[in-house]
Design a protein around this ligand. Structure first.
Ligand SMILES: Cc1cc2nc3c(=O)[nH]c(=O)nc-3n(C[C@H](O)[C@H](O)[C@H](O)COP(=O)(O)OP(=O)(O)OC[C@H]3O[C@@H](n4cnc5c(N)ncnc54)[C@H](O)[C@@H]3O)c2cc1C
Length: 411
């Protein structure tokens, strides 16, 4: 092969349309533009990364510091498909990337990784400046509506219909939760009509409904149950649950949302068992409950000897009835497994993330759609789910970078 001569024309820059300006799409745009592609990002909302900014309200849990094997196991059935992408763009690279954008990170007590600013906005600002410097064209208020009769991408823009015919397309349209932030899953019908296999959307990482009494709801909605352990069937999680008007929210509840969803689908009902004192055995608790001080009421014993909050004590009553068992062993058993009847999951619009989406059978190794050559997908629109803890953003960033490298033909 002869060496290129000075007079040889530069090879044409591939034109790539990235549709969806969330973490997956913007990471794809960064990788593509860094390699010299002419990238246009299309986004239906007036500004980019609205869900990313919302994630920033909770401190922006970017990724997790645990070793890669347990990390990958968090993706459950989708772990084999996502593993090569996360191995190619692992948590350490994500941390280095954030730090390269001027956002130093720290590892929280639970192993979760956050930017020190605990915000998404400075990171997003620096990222968009980098994309601009790399020549990425951003076109907001462009709602992708499918393909026109000539096979070009069709958009509804502020001045009417627009079309684009790039060399390749990356769809990074997100899931279907929190639709007011831009991702409403409206793309599903469009792709299904073109033969792309889809798994139905379902709520993931969401709260659950429980029929509290009016008294309990009025007094305790908004109060946390801290340091509890939750169980449903064989699945268990420790952390915090927040009492809400409709039921329970919080990290430990989200961690069990797959198990709860499956139990509800199988039996129409589910029981969430709450261990209010996971750090003490039933025997230790019974010992403390069996030694009330002179004249102490049961509520006082529960508060002082067992250190239960008023919300936790009233949860016992809510589950068991106002008259709690007097027998220390029976009461200890109740504290270790308060049964809360779950009647349903919170709707998709209020879930942190979406399970379901483009089925893995519908994509090739480079996340290219088998039914639509030249069109790749990335991020939450693929059929995977994971608990909160940084696993969601990590997979979005990694799959965005992976799809971009596939478009570039780089392994
Ligand atoms: C309240 C909340 C807190 C969260 N906190 C965390 C956290 O701390 N850590 C974590 O890992 N994850 C968190 N997540 C989840 C995380 O934000 C998402 O998983 C992630 O943003 C998904 O990235 P994405 O790029 O795939 O999709 P999105 O971020 O949803 O981006 C998709 C983009 O596509 C655009 N779009 C959709 N349809 C069209 C169309 N037809 N035409 C043009 N544009 C379109 C949308 O407007 C959107 O901007 C949180 C989510 C929520 C709701």
């Amino acid at each position: 092969m002869s060496a290129p001569r000075v007079s040889d024309p530069a090879p044409p820059r591939p034109a790539v349309a990235v549709i969806g300006g969330g973490p997956a799409g913007l990471m794809a745009a960064e990788v593509l533009s860094a390699a010299g592609a002419a990238v246009t990002v299309y986004e239906r909302m007036p500004t980019l990364g609205r869900k990313f900014l919302m994630a920033g309200r909770g401190g922006l849990n970017l990724t997790h510091s645990e070793p890669l094997d347990p990390f990958l196991a968090r993706y459950g059935q989708a772990a084999p498909a996502l593993a090569p992408m996360i191995e190619a763009f692992p948590p350490a690279q994500l941390i280095a990337w954030a730090e390269g954008l001027g956002q130093p990170t720290f590892v929280g007590s639970s192993g979760r990784v956050f930017p020190r600013s605990l915000k998404a906005s400075p990171l997003l600002r620096a990222w968009l400046a980098r994309l601009q410097a790399q020549g990425v064209e951003i076109r907001t208020r462009r709602d992708w509506t499918g393909w026109d009769a000539a096979g070009a991408l069709a958009f509804r823009g502020p001045d009417g219909e627009e079309a684009a015919a790039p060399d390749a397309v990356i769809l990074a349209l997100g899931g279907a939760s929190w639709p007011k932030l831009g991702s409403d899953g409206g793309w599903a019908g469009r792709l299904a009509a073109r033969g792309v296999p889809l798994a139905p959307f379902q709520s993931a990482n969401c709260g659950v409904a429980s029929a509290w009494s009016d008294l309990f709801r009025d007094r305790f909605a908004g109060q946390p149950l801290k340091g509890v352990a939750l169980r449903v069937g064989d699945a268990a999680a420790r952390g915090e649950a927040m009492i809400t008007g409709y039921g329970l929210e919080g990290g430990a509840v989200y961690a069990l949302s797959t198990a709860l969803r499956q139990a509800l689908a199988a039996h129409g009902a589910a029981v969430l068992e709450i261990d209010l004192r996971p750090d003490m055995s039933a025997g230790q608790l019974a010992g403390k409950l069996g030694r009330p001080g002179p004249g102490q009421s049961l509520a006082n014993v529960l508060r002082k000897a067992v250190r239960l909050t008023p919300a936790a004590i009233n949860l016992l009553r809510e589950a068991h009835g106002r008259e709690l068992p007097r027998d220390p062993a029976l009461l200890a058993a109740l504290i270790k497994a308060v049964p809360v009847a779950v009647t349903g999951m919170q709707p998709l619009a209020r879930a942190i993330s979406t399970a379901g989406g483009v089925a893995w059978a519908g994509v090739d190794q480079g996340l290219g759609l088998v039914a639509l050559p030249g069109v790749h997908v990335a991020g939450e629109m693929l059929d995977w789910e994971a608990p909160t803890g940084g696993y969601l953003l990590q997979a979005c960033f990694a799959s965005g970078a992976w799809a971009a490298r596939a478009v570039l033909g780089v392994p």
